[in-house]
Design a protein around this ligand. Structure first.
Ligand code: G1P
Length: 273
């Protein structure tokens, strides 16, 4: 099984960062001197993934511009012998094929993924990474999950132990079976449960390996507590239909840069920049 594509959903309105996200996409906020989304594309590159599909809203085309070459800037930098300033982003631009898809109404993560279904072939497994979750590890987190998916020929979700008082900000797994020290077979998932209803302390962090079949189950998912289809509900439906889904704990250090506090935490931890 070969996993060669990554989808990055980046169409949300960035409500937790308003008002700056009125005109600057959350994914373009700087972590040191790079936008958050570049770390995700770099992780894909490090995992040998060469096809990246980004889901945007029409107001967020600055993300698309960032991943296009800027020959005018390159020429000015070349004259000053300062090409090194853009060497790493230019390497990503040259190495990766970018495709763009649009979500016109912010109807949640499952609906966003559905917009990119033509990016994936039937029977293909693919990776998804949420740009809020920046993970540093000796090997890229996406690659760790790809190995598990290849071993079990199944879908895999990254999880992390989260203190009880923060669990209601996450999707949370219920364990069917522990496979080894860091992997579990999932019984079911629940999106953002109240602290007392959380089925475990294992929260979904934004890395997934999915199968193309996911796209056919999103429209079949019934709306339970929300007005939008929740991705964990779609995965529950697939588990009920006999799909095996695994969860593996992230090995690296994770920063949740999707909130101003988490963003600040990242910046303070990297203050030697
Ligand atoms: C999303 C997912 C949630 C997951 C979280 C990880 O929520 O819906 O299941 O636990 O990312 O960061 P969001 O943070 O976008 O509200």
């Amino acid at each position: 099984m070969n996993i060669t594509k990554l989808i990055i959903p980046a169409a949300g309105i960035g409500s937790r960062f308003l008002p700056i996200t009125k005109s600057i996409p959350k994914e373009m906020l700087p972590l040191s001197n790079k936008p958050a989304i570049e770390y995700i594309v770099q992780e894909a590159y490090d995992a040998q993934i060469k096809h990246v599909g980004i889901i945007l809203s029409p107001e967020k085309n600055v993300i698309k511009e960032y991943f296009q070459s800027n020959t005018h800037l390159d020429k000015i930098l070349a004259e000053k012998n300062q090409e090194y300033r853009v060497a790493s982003i230019n390497n990503l631009i040259e190495s990766i094929n970018f495709s763009y898809y649009y979500q016109y109404n912010p109807a949640g993560l499952a609906d966003a993924l559905l917009q990119a279904q033509n990016f994936i072939e039937p029977e293909e497994f693919f990776a998804v990474a949420l740009p809020d979750d920046i993970i540093f590890d000796s090997s890229p987190e996406i690659l760790n999950l790809m190995h598990i998916a290849q071993t079990y020929k199944a879908m895999v979700i990254a999880v992390q132990e989260i203190p009880a008082e923060h669990i209601s900000s996450y999707g949370v797994i219920a364990i069917d079976q522990q496979i080894n020290d860091h992997c579990y077979k999932i019984a079911s998932l629940v999106e953002k449960p109240a602290q007392q209803d959380a089925p475990s302390n294992l929260a979904i962090v934004g890395r997934y390996i999915f199968h193309h079949d996911l796209f056919s189950y999103i429209p079949k998912t019934s709306l339970t507590t929300s007005t939008e289809v929740l991705l964990p509900d779609t995965i529950n439906l697939m588990i009920q239909q006999g799909y095996s889904v695994y969860a593996c704990k992230v090995k690296g250090q994770r920063f949740d840069t999707g909130t101003p506090q988490g963003w600040l935490n990242y910046m303070l931890n990297h203050s030697n920049f």
